[in-house]
Design a binder for this molecule. Structure first.
Ligand code: PLP
Length: 366
């Protein structure tokens, strides 16, 4: 059987069946039902954030974050080209202009030293990404945002359960988005949430995910539909019960990769960050083909020939993708350009065995 880059964590079937039993009695299938409300509460406790709003998926949540902040059309948002395309598509689809800032060489997050040069009178926000669950330089970014009066919208899709200095990662910035897609550390099949500190946003997000309807059935926003249903909330309630075990299993595999691959010339492993509690979401390795003797693509081909599939996360850089390259291109973000050409994510999920990891490492090193 082949080994893919990821595999969804699943509760026991009985556990899920028990969780959805009440839905068959109540026939309350969606529209902020009891399971939705319970999950929202449990996610806010687990993430240690003041407010959580659940959504049908992470991408819609991100677009709704921009809609709520209501920036003037064409305003600029500083973001990273080294991410999943959703981060940047959400900016464009919200009528805003992405401005690409380069990343750091070691943890692949936005380089705060390069942000200020990109700020002008049209800049309204910064949207950094805790890529692979690596924590952005949250203090430096907050300092810049405060000085220039900018909002911070974190894409925390990879960072469920990550803590920095003992605080939930979703408590930094104005709004953070977490994805609960099936491939993420915590999932609701499809789903996502926004975390935030401003109480006023609770009601705004409730309306923006439900056609703009308010309690008197009047409508004050051009909003669509982005509600999470009860069956997905039930999956979330099962998975959040097991989340510590899922993360522990990932940690075992992650640390085995570390043991096998550390101190190999030409392989750059993910940077250890101080004061960070990790979630072991991904295992990125950046290959220097001259030093290692094989390129990233050669390694991935070799693994694929044995039915093992790593992924080129993230390649190409977003500013080199077809829809962006003519306007942008990666020449202003040389680090992101070079990392994206040499980085790969190795298979990592709850349930991959130490033996399988050994096998993968032997193939890479052999
Ligand atoms: C998964 C992901 C998203 C999108 O989340 P969905 O829940 O799939 O809509 C956005 N940004 C990043 C970085 C992601 O990895």
């Amino acid at each position: 059987m082949s080994i893919l880059v990821t595999r969804s964590s699943m509760p026991d079937l009985d556990e899920y069946l028990k969780m959805i039993e009440s839905i068959f009695t109540s026939r309350w299938l969606t529209n902020m039902g009891p399971l939705h409300q319970e999950l929202q509460k449990q996610v806010s406790d687990f993430l240690q954030v003041p407010y959580v709003s659940l959504f049908v998926n992470g991408h819609s949540a991100l677009e709704i974050a921009y809609q709520a902040l209501d920036f003037p059309e064409g305003s600029e948002v500083i973001t990273t080209p080294f991410t999943f395309v959703s981060t940047v598509n959400a900016i464009v689809r919200s009528g805003l202009k992405p401005v690409f800032c380069d990343i750091k060489n070691d943890d692949y997050t936005l380089d705060p030293a390069k942000i200020e040069n990109l700020i002008n009178e049209n800049t309204v926000a910064i949207s950094p990404v805790h890529v692979y669950g690596n924590v952005c330089d949250v203090e430096a970014i907050e300092d810049i945002a405060n000085r220039y009066n900018l909002k911070i919208i974190y894409d925390s899709a990879h960072a469920f359960g990550v803590q920095y200095k003992g605080k939930g990662i979703g408590s930094f910035g104005d709004i953070s988005m977490f994805s609960f897609h099936a491939t993420k550390v915590f999932h609701t099949i499809e789903g996502g949430c926004l975390t935030f500190r401003d109480k006023n946003l609770v009601n705004i997000f409730d309306r923006l995910k439900d056609f703009g309807l308010d309690s008197s059935a009047d409508v004050s926003y051009f909003a669509g539909n982005a509600k999470m249903d009860e069956f997905r909330a039930a999956m979330g309630l099962c998975n959040i019960k097991n989340i510590d075990e899922y993360i522990k299993n990932r940690k075992l595999a992650y640390e085995r990769y570390d043991e096998k691959l550390e101190n190999i010339s030409g392989l750059q492993l993910n940077k250890e960050q101080k004061l960070v509690k990790k979630n072991y979401a991904y295992y990125p390795v950046c290959v220097n083909p001259n030093k290692f003797g094989k390129s990233r693509d050669e390694i991935l081909d070799r693994l694929a020939s044995r039915g093992i599939f790593g992924r080129k996360y993230f390649y190409p850089a977003i500013n080199d993708m077809k829809v962006y390259i003519n306007t942008y291109g990666s020449s202003n973000t040389p680090i992101a350009k070079s990392i994206s050409k040499n980085i790969m994510c190795l298979p990592l999920y709850d349930g991959i065995s130490v033996n399988q990891v050994d096998n993968i490492c032997d193939l890479i090193l052999g």
